[in-house]
Every structure is written in structure tokens, then in C-alpha cells.
Design a protein around this ligand. Structure first.
Ligand code: G16
Length: 549
């Protein structure tokens, strides 16, 4: 024990928990697991122990406001002080959306940041909590860091924490905690200013003043205050444009995942006779987005393609795109845009961290994922409100409806019919066995035929990062058909109950083909082929997916 004035650095003995390997996006567990004595502390110390040379440096801390956010923020602040950080910047009330945290890390020149969120997973005492570590570029820690954290968590035997009173995180200003400075900052303004620097707010404001209507569903999660400031105050949309705008610790018992199942309230509004012109939603921590035009849903993969094709219409991207990156399971719609623009296209494994190197190296400007994440080089995370603003900027310039823009896009590039089928809460051993069987069958698939067509090739996706040549293997099984259709299988890295099998189904139809099919009809033979080839019912006992998006 080391005494310094009225506070004390405690070194607390602990024993490892063997389940702290960070997944696709940090450590995500049930709240009651995080509430075990020493659990959060062990993980935070494992993070700090995996980092070097941060003495005296700045750490950014904030979260999406979910249940346990405040308690863990106090733990992080006291542990940062005990471990030698010089300054912690914390969002007022403990609030920081993931993209706002990324911006703050970058603009403050911070060493890194801890973002407390389980993203789109539900919150509350019986639901999920999470901690993710972001590095100094503002993006998720790369695999070498998360691997080091996981390894450290298995041998950790003590952690350091300051014994001190809680810091008042509701009052903006600077205070001292031990030898460390704590700065409580407004979580919204700097982020809103960044958005205003990228997009033509005057054009969007004029469009709204001219009668264009929109609805933004914050899903009772972190984007409420950001959306109110940006859409209602800065862009002049009427009060009430932001739905579910107050962040709640349990997200009002909803699942803050902006898809057609969980954002049903928005979906129904957008399909009604008197629907607004444009609707959008974001998730728990504000990095995902859902885009729905009046009577017209836009898949995340199509949204990426449309944003890439039209980004030059926004001031921040008028110089064009250095490159486009998409995760492997995301449809190839963006590939066709990249080809037309003459811009390189990168296909990465799932997980935003893989985009960070490309963005840092100036190789890509826009990135996106089928899981409703889109973003650019303005931060190193995906960014829900950014995607909405880019859409609004494009709509303000083109003066067309979302449906007309989609029709025009497909007529130019063709259409990638696309769906994702999720089989949730499968026993982990069954899910692993299904994937192992698929991997075992890879060599025998090419040339065989089934309802999806003739298999051209099949592999387990591996990625070599072009910036540092690091290789990531086993990133998902791909079955490619002769006609360009594709089925992909992978296990989710973000679930907290058993395993989730994701099946991604895609069929391309050229500009002269049938562009107006119902997605379910267009994909029916491929869906049957996917269920058959992986024997999904046999392994999972489920004859249909839990969620289709
Ligand atoms: C996280 C990552 C995303 C990734 C997603 C995949 O999203 O940040 O880059 O696409 O996980 O999830 P899964 O492994 O379940 O398919 P988020 O929004 O949960 O942080």
C-alpha cells in the first residue's frame, strides 16, 4: 500500500476469470457476470497490463448509459489513477457514443479509451454489459492487443485501484484525483461540430424548412442527446423528430438493435400512408444505423454502395474516395461502385478494427458492414449519425426520394439481393460442430449442384492486412455459385448467450435483370441450399432462423 495524502493506491489480490477473451467488439457479458467481485477490475487491469508507456498520458472514458455504466466508470477512473494515467476525460453523466469517443480520443491526442457498451445488445440488470478498449487512433484495439489482454486475464493476480470518494461525473469541469486530472466534458458539442464540418448543414436545413420530413429513432439509447442537438436544434427539424430520445439504463426494455425486427416502431411509421420522407435509427452506443425511406427499406450493404457512389456530393468528401472497404459478409454492391469510381475495394473480416489500418494508411475513405455499420476516415469507428447525415446531404442535393435513388442505383449497377438469417442461442458445441463439418466439406463442394445452383468455389475466408501483412484466418465459410450468388456462414463474435450462427445470402442481378423482386422470393433457392448444405436443422433443431434482416 502506498499512502499519498488522503487517498490510497490499493493493490488488491485477485484470481483470474477464464472468460475474458474480448470478442468482435471487446468483452461482452451478462451484467450479473460483470457484477461478480473483481470481474470488471480484472479486465480493466488486464487491459492496462497489456499496454506500454502510458504513464502521465490521457485516457478517454464513457459509455452508452446502460445499466452498470456509472459504477464501472468510477472503477475505471480510480484504476486509471492508480495505474499512472495523467488525465482521464469522461463524458458528462458517463455518456459518450462510440463514434464520439473515437473523435475525442483522436482530438485530445489520448493514449486510448475505454468505451462501456454492449452495443446493440439489450441492457438492464438481467441483460448485457461490455467494455471495449480503443487505441490512440480512436479505433478498436487490433487483434494483437486483444490477444494480449486475453492472455493477461488468465494469469492476473492483482489489480491497482485508488481508494477515494467517487468523482462527480455530472458536473462539467476539471478536478484532481490523486496525481491524475479528471476532465468531465460535454459529450455532444465536439461531435456535432465535426459533423457540421463534413456535411452541408445549410442545404439540409433548407430542405427541412421546405417541408422535407424525417424521423430518427434513438431507441432510448445513447444517440438521443446527439440527435436532438443535430437534427432538431442545428438542422431545424421539429421537436418530436427524434423518437425515444432519452437514454435509459434498460433502453426502455427494448433491444437497441436498429433492424427491421427491433426498430419496428420506426418501420411501421415509415410504411404508413403518412410516412415521413426519411427514417433512420441507431443502436445502443450510436455506431450502427438503419435507413428507411418512405415505404422503402435500404439494406446496409446497399446503403454503403449508395453512400460511396454519392459521397462526393457532401463537402467533406468532394475530393472523392481513396478506397472503399467492406467486411467479407457484406454484399458486393459496393464493389461495383468502386469499380466504376476506379477506387480500390478491400474485403476484410468482420469487425471494425480491420478497417482502422486501411484508414490510417490513407487507403480507404469509406467503410461499411452488413451489420448496419458505415463510417469514414473522420473517426475510427462506424458512425450511425454520420451515415444518416450523409444520406440527408445526398437527398438535399439530388432532390429525389430514397426509393428513386435506390431504383436509379440498381439500374446503373445492378442489384445485390441480400438477407442475413440468424440462428440465436444455439448450444456452442453444436454450432462449432456445424462449422467444423462445413469446413471439412469445403474441398468436396465445388462442381456440385443444389437448389442454389452449381458451386464454383468454397473456402474459409482468410485476410492478409495489406498494411502490415498480418494474417487472420477462419473468418467465415464462403460458398460461391457459378452465377455470382453466394452463401456465407460464420459464428457471431458479439452474442452473450450460447452461439449465434449467421447465414448471409446474396444473389446478384444485373441492370437488365429483374430488379423488382421481393427479396425472399429472389433468395428462396439459395436459402434452401444453405439450410441443406450446412444441415442447420440437424445441428440446431431449428427449422427457421430467429431473426431475418
Ligand atoms: C461489432 C463490431 C462490428 C461487427 C459486428 C459483428 O459491432 O464492431 O464491426 O460487424 O460486431 O457482430 P457479429 O460478430 O455478432 O456478427 P457492434 O456494433 O456490436 O460493436
Amino acid at each position: 500500500m502506498q499512502f499519498r495524502g488522503f487517498w490510497v493506491i490499493q493493490t488488491v489480490s485477485t484470481t483470474p476469470f477464464n472468460d475474458q477473451k474480448p470478442g468482435t467488439s471487446g468483452l461482452r457479458k451478462k451484467v450479473r457476470i460483470f457484477q461478480q467481485p473483481h470481474y470488471a477490475e480484472n479486465f480493466v487491469q488486464s487491459v492496462f497490463d497489456s499496454l506500454e508507456d502510458f504513464a502521465g498520458q490521457t485516457l478517454v472514458v464513457g459509455g452508452d448509459g446502460r445499466y452498470l455504466n456509472r459504477e464501472v466508470i468510477q472503477i475505471v477512473i480510480k484504476m486509471a489513477a492508480a495505474n499512472g494515467f495523467g488525465r482521464v476525460i469522461v463524458g458528462q453523466g458517463g455518456i459518450l457514443s462510440t463514434p464520439a469517443a473515437s473523435h475525442l480520443i483522436r482530438s485530445a491526442g489520448a493514449f486510448g479509451g475505454l468505451v462501456l457498451s454492449a452495443s446493440h445488445n439489450p441492457g438492464g440488470p438481467d441483460e448485457d454489459f461490455g467494455i471495449k478498449y480503443n487505441i490512440g487512433n480512436g479505433g478498436p484495439a487490433p487483434e494483437k492487443v486483444t490477444d494480449a489482454i486475453a492472455a493477461r486475464s488468465l494469469v492476473i493476480d492483482s489489480y491497482k485501484i485508488l481508494e477515494a470518494a467517487d468523482v462527480d461525473i455530472d458536473l462539467i469541469g476539471t478536478s484532481q484525483l490523486g496525481a491524475m486530472t479528471v476532465e468531465v466534458v460535454d459529450p455532444v458539442t465536439a461531435y456535432a461540430d465535426l459533423m457540421e464540418s463534413l456535411f452541408d448543414f445549410a442545404a439540409i436545413r433548407a430542405q427541412i424548412a421546405g417541408g422535407f420530413t424525417l424521423a430518427f429513432d434513438s431507441m432510448s439509447a445513447v444517440t438521443g442527446p446527439y440527435a436532438a442537438e443535430i437534427f432538431e436544434r442545428r438542422l431545424g427539424a421539429p421537436a418530436g423528430t427524434v423518437m425515444n430520445g432519452t437514454p435509459l439504463p434498460d433502453f426502455g426494455h427494448h433491444h437497441p438493435d436498429p433492424n427491421l425486427v427491433h426498430a419496428k416502431q420506426l418501420y411501421d411509421r415509415m410504411m404508413a400512408a403518412d410516412a415521413p420522407d426519411f427514417g433512420a435509427a441507431s443502436d445502443g452506443d450510436g455506431d450502427r444505423n438503419l435507413i428507411i425511406g418512405r415505404h422503402s427499406y435500404v439494406t446496409p450493404s446497399d446503403s454503403l454502395a449508395v453512400l460511396a457512389a454519392n459521397a462526393h456530393l457532401a463537402p467533406g468528401y468532394k475530393a472523392g474516395l481513396k478506397g472503399i472497404a467492406r467486411s467479407m459478409p457484406t454484399s458486393g454492391a459496393a464493389d461495383r461502385v468502386a469499380e466504376k469510381l476506379g477506387a480500390p475495394l478491400y474485403e476484410t473480416p468482420t469487425g471494425w478494427k480491420f478497417f482502422g489500418n486501411l484508414l490510417d494508411a490513407g487507403m480507404a475513405t469509406i467503410c461499411g458492414e452488413e451489420s448496419a455499420g458505415t463510417g469514414s476516415d473522420h473517426v475510427r469507428e462506424k458512425d450511425g449519425i454520420w451515415a444518416v447525415l450523409l444520406w440527408l446531404n445526398i437527398l438535399a442535393v439530388r432532390q429525389q426520394s430514397v426509393a428513386a435513388i435506390m431504383a436509379d442505383h440498381w439500374a446503373t449497377y445492378g442489384r445485390n439481393y441480400y438477407a442475413r438469417h440468424d440462428y440465436e442461442a444455439i448450444a456452442k458445441d453444436k454450432a462449432d460442430a456445424l462449422m467444423a463439418a462445413l469446413r471439412g466439406a469445403l474441398a468436396t463442394l465445388p462442381g456440385t449442384g443444389n437448389s442454389g445452383g452449381t458451386v464454383k468455389s468454397a473456402d474459409d475466408f482468410a485476410y492478409t492486412d495489406p498494411t502490415d501483412q498480418s494474417v487472420s484466418r477462419n473468418q467465415g465459410v464462403r460458398i460461391l455459385f457459378e452465377d455470382g450468388s453466394r452463401v456465407v456462414f460464420r459464428l457471431s463474435g458479439t452474442g452473450t448467450e450460447g452461439a449465434t450462427l449467421r447465414v448471409y445470402i446474396e444473389r446478384y442481378v444485373g441492370p437488365d435483370g429483374d430488379l423488382g423482386l421481393e427479396t425472399g422470393d429472389a433468395l428462396a433457392p439459395l436459402i434452401a441450399a444453405a439450410q441443406d448444405v450446412a444441415d442447420i436443422a440437424g445441428y440446431t433443431g431449428m427449422d427457421k432462423p430467429s431473426v431475418i434482416t
